[in-house]
Design a protein around this ligand. Structure first.
Ligand code: EPZ
Length: 425
């Protein structure tokens, strides 16, 4: 297993390009199942998760080819709808094939994703919605078995929680249904709009993009897509927070500032200088050498403050001038990074879903362990800001969602490298 080693205390400087969004690439790859033929997806990030999704597609009979960040997907030979436990257990987002397979083949058998480090993460909303569209769903031996005797039927569906992947699964199921589906309290993350735009490009009829009510008029068939993945707003936010935590000055490029408004508002409130361009954001330290200000956040569905940037923001707040209050309202167990940040000298107290972070003069390097994707990126940020050496183990979590992380951070002047982890006897 690999670990990351960071010699901290260097101010990050310069430019860093943002890759395509993981959480858009996964549903858009799954959506190609809806139409037989050759699809072209552009700006696809090369990540452990996108490779897992493509491997799953291969398992279903789909052929694909990478050419730089362009992936060509040929779904002509799709021959069955089973997503095995062995693949699903490595990536819960595999559940995103459920809707398209039910719509295209009338049958899907997908392993239940099981628990996750950040929360229980049930999928009952996905299943309930598919049942409302007329599918028969049975849970058996750890699998959800979906069958339909005829085309899915349009329905009115109200999501009790604006779940991101449930919205994506049900939109993909409804585009080939007979009649109209109205999806209320739908999630409206930019990744969902990327999916809706792809489906409209394939011939789907969808109204209400970017809103929490999606109206989908089913069509009998769709054509292959040629579509670009939007920039990764979570990767973008992570780099802005890393640059800020080191007291550096830098610009992220190839991003969409409009997707980062909740974060940029908090960075400005902390006293950081933020400049937005059309596809760039520049962050500079507070003026006149002022100390970073403490700021409170509450995670919310989009356009609120994203839960996927909560841990990284906490790492920044460990260096602020006072106490900040961080409330996590999306997942019930998303403070796994706190104990590891405390090993670097952070002062954090937890009370239920709220963390009280008292800013300190500085962090000191230590050995820490990654527990999930975003928690591990908060440890990287803290390690970059800390004096001395930090070693982060279990970095496979990071490779799931950050493309060329070591290379990109080195490009900003970080002293960081990957090393084989010594085997513990
Ligand atoms: C998506 O997960 C993202 N993953 C997550 O990013 C992100 O944290 C999350 O949305 C919230 O923004 C992908 O897009 C692949 P949800 P998803 O369903 O869809 C509850 C990352 O780091 N819920 O919107 O699984 C659920 O338990 C990952 O990139 C139900 O109760 O999240 C949670 O509390 C981590 N029943 C809340 O809704 C359901 O059937 C929001 O979860 C479904 C969800």
């Amino acid at each position: 297993m690999d670990k990351l080693v960071i010699e901290g205390g260097k101010k990050l400087q310069g430019e860093v390009p943002i890759s395509g969004a993981k959480n858009a690439a996964l549903p858009l790859i799954a959506a190609t199942l809806l139409a037989p033929g050759v699809h072209v997806l552009r700006n696809v990030p090369d990540l452990r998760d996108t490779r897992t999704m493509l491997k799953l597609m291969g398992h279903l009979g789909v052929e694909y080819r990478w050419d730089g960040d362009v992936v060509t997907v040929d779904t002509t030979k799709l021959h069955h709808g089973e997503a095995p436990y062995e693949l699903v257990k490595t990536m819960r987002a595999s559940v995103l094939v459920l809707g398209p397979l039910a719509a295209r083949l009338g049958a899907a058998r997908v392993s239940l994703p099981g628990g996750c480090a950040i929360g229980a993460r049930p999928i009952e909303l996905h299943i309930k919605g598919l049942k409302q569209l007329g599918a028969r769903c049975r849970l058996e031996n750890g699998y959800v078995d979906v069958t339909t005797t005829k085309r899915l039927q349009g329905a009115e569906i109200y999501l009790t929680v604006p779940s991101v992947t449930a919205t994506e699964n049900l939109v993909m199921a409804a585009v080939l249904a007979e009649g109209t589906t109205v999806l209320k309290n739908a999630a409206k993350e930019p990744e969902i709009t990327n999916l809706v735009d792809m489906l409209i490009g394939m011939g789907a009829q969808i109204e209400g993009r970017e809103s929490d009510v999606l109206i989908i008029h089913g069509v009998s068939q769709l054509r292959p897509a040629d579509c670009a993945i939007i920039p990764d707003r979570i990767e973008a936010g992570t780099y802005l927070l890393a640059i800020a935590a080191t007291g550096g000055e830098g610009t992220i490029t190839h991003c969409n500032p409009g997707h980062l408004l909740a974060l940029l508002e908090k960075l400005r409130a902390a006293g950081l200088v933020i400049e937005e361009g059309k596809t760039t954001v520049t962050v500079r330290p507070p003026v006149l050498g002022k100390k970073l200000g403490s700021v409170d956040i509450i995670t919310r569905p989009y356009p609120g403050y994203p839960t996927d940037l909560q841990a990284q923001f906490m790492a920044l707040m460990t260096l602020a001038d006072n106490e900040s209050i961080i409330k996590e309202t999306i997942f019930e167990n998303r403070f796994m990074h706190v104990a590891e940040l405390q090993r670097l000298g952070a002062v954090i107290r937890i009370d239920g879903n709220t963390a009280f972070v008292t800013g300190t003069m500085g962090l000191a390097g230590a050995k820490v362990m990654a527990t999930d994707l975003r928690a591990s990126s908060s440890l990287v940020i803290a390690g970059l800001a800390a004096s001395g050496r930090t070693e982060i183990s279990r970095i496979y979590h990071l490779e799931r969602g950050y493309e060329r992380l070591v290379e990109k951070l080195s490009g900003l002047g970080a002293v960081i490298w990957k090393e084989k982890e010594e085997e513990v006897m």
